[in-house]
Design a protein around this ligand. Structure first.
Ligand SMILES: O=c1[nH]c(=O)c2[nH]c(=O)[nH]c2[nH]1
Length: 293
């Protein structure tokens, strides 16, 4: 058997679930994270010769995530920077360390009109996510994001004037329900930006633009409006990428029952669903587009 050289590769751990309690104030903070680690570098010997001497076990990556949370996490991105720095130090063969941290947000339960000090429930509005990447000898880069932010509007959305062929049966509409679950990721100016603030403010800008865009001709049209609004309002965001499922709500045909349906009853079709993806970037900025290649 010929020994072919090793192609591109990386390795790491996914699904590292950990939670950190900050008890320093009467109102506790609860940070619930899922961490992914990926290390990239010279691992030819491991693949070609079975030589593990340069392989930091993925179990050690899990242990590192827990150990580096021992004294609390200043901010999620600060913790991510400490993690990538540690992996570059601990594993000399690594050229690039990457961690993705996705938060499962909890909010204090309100009791008698006040937030309870140590009782929480899942918060709505999606899961904030950050990726910290560091190449050896370079500054860390940070992307932020929001996953699973579900929104719907009952008017202000149209889809008409589209290309038709012999398989097109979709009726045109000037007024429909538009629903999606926003997954967005954005590039930033670097680790020193206010990533915790942006995790709240960028989704707020996205939702305000979704709500305000009542002249929407399509999900694509609204994607561009939302992206433009984010770049206008947040100087530390350099590009933003969206993945927007079009969660169809189809006006139900009630004519068999002798009834009209003036935009009251909808069939909620969970599949198939449209998928609208796109990036809006500042001039001169090359965004990360993972579906290229
Ligand atoms: O906003 C939309 N964009 C499309 O590309 C599309 N295609 C479709 O069937 N419905 C819609 N809606």
């Amino acid at each position: 058997m010929s020994s072919l050289p090793m192609g591109p590769n990386r390795y790491g751990k996914s699904g590292i679930r950990l939670a950190v309690v900050d008890r320093s104030r009467p109102q506790h903070d609860f940070t619930d994270l899922e961490v992914e680690v990926r290390l990239q570098g010279d691992f030819d010997a491991a693949h070609v010769d079975g030589d593990n001497s340069g392989v930091l076990p993925t179990d050690t990556m899990r242990g590192t995530c827990f150990a580096l949370a021992r004294d609390g996490i200043d901010s999620v991105v600060g913790y991510g920077v400490r993690l990538v720095d540690r992996f570059l130090t601990a594993s000399p063969g690594v050229d690039r360390a990457l961690v993705t941290l996705t938060q499962h947000p909890w909010e204090a339960v309100v009791v008698d009109g006040a937030p309870h000090a140590h009782t929480f429930r899942p918060a709505a509005g999606g899961r904030p996510t950050w990726t910290v990447t560091r190449d050896r000898g370079e500054q860390a880069t940070v992307t932020g994001g929001i996953l699973g932010a579900r929104v719907l509007k009952t008017t202000g959305s149209a889809f008409s004037g589209f290309l038709r062929d012999e398989y097109t049966t979709l009726p045109e509409t000037r007024d429909r329900v538009m629903a999606t679950t926003v997954d967005a990721r954005w590039g930033t100016t670097g680790p020193d930006a206010d990533h915790t603030g942006m995790a709240i403010d960028v989704p707020a800008t996205i939702l305000a633009a979704f709500a305000g865009h009542d002249a929407s001709e399509s999900v694509q049209h609204t994607l561009h409006v939302m992206g433009t609004a984010v770049l206008d309002a947040h100087p530390d965001v350099t590009w933003i990428r969206f993945l927007l499922p079009n969660e169809h709500h189809i006006l139900s045909d009630l004519s068999a029952y002798g009834l009209d349906n003036p935009g009251v009853v909808y069939l909620v079709a969970d599949r198939p669903y449209g998928v609208i993806e796109g990036v809006v970037a500042r001039e001169g900025v090359t965004p990360e587009v993972p579906w290229d290649g």
